[in-house]
Design a binder for this molecule. Sequence first.
Ligand code: DX5
Ligand code: ZN
Length: 232
Amino acid sequence: MHHVRIAPSILAADFGRLTEEVQAVERASADLIHVDVMDGHFVPNLTLGPPVIAALRRATKLPLDVHLMIEEPERWIDAYAEAGADILHVHPEVCPHLHRVVQQIRHAGKQAAVVLNPATPLSVLDYVLEDLSMVLVMSVNPGFGGQSFIPSALGKIAALRRLIDERGLSSTVSISVDGGIKLDNAAAVVEAGATVLVSGSGIFATPDYTATIAELRARGQHALHNRASFRL
Ligand code: DX5
Ligand code: ZN
């Protein structure tokens, strides 16, 4: 039985107090730190690069879950790996050589993840799924925090759950979901098949990170038990 993991997205944190914010969610029992890297080309927003990843690496012991929303990610994988990323997410929409990029991440000693935009089909995973540690289903169009959850993500997560289970990969490939995740939809995404919940404003816009993370985890964990008993 898997556990639900909570990954606060620091895009919604106070960037002027990044170290304190990361340490606050670590104390609040977060499982991963989700870091959004945006290049102003693939997505219409610009955030941070390897030096900030290195600073985060010094600030926390939690794994850094680095979501690369950048063109030509193959040029940057090694820099992000050296800076201290643990999981590196690439978008197939900007990877004509997705298989090669996934191998590049693994050769750098990091966990490889593929992240799918809302309109990107699951079929892009067919020949790389076995090499991944995680698939991230976007439930908003990437670029900004604070957007509303797109309901079609639920069907996509469910289909991906079936694919992973059918291939016997459930112990090696996790399903993560990113965009508009809040207390009110945490159960639904876990019931569909996700076990990692990325949440930016859903955590950082609340006053008590500990309470919010505990409640997200409790609702997710409850849904996970429901799903398990439903399948028995
Ligand atoms: C969106 C990013 C998300 C973002 C989520 O492009 O990938 O990680 O921070 O923010 P919320 O949880 O506020 O939708
Ligand atoms: Zn993200």
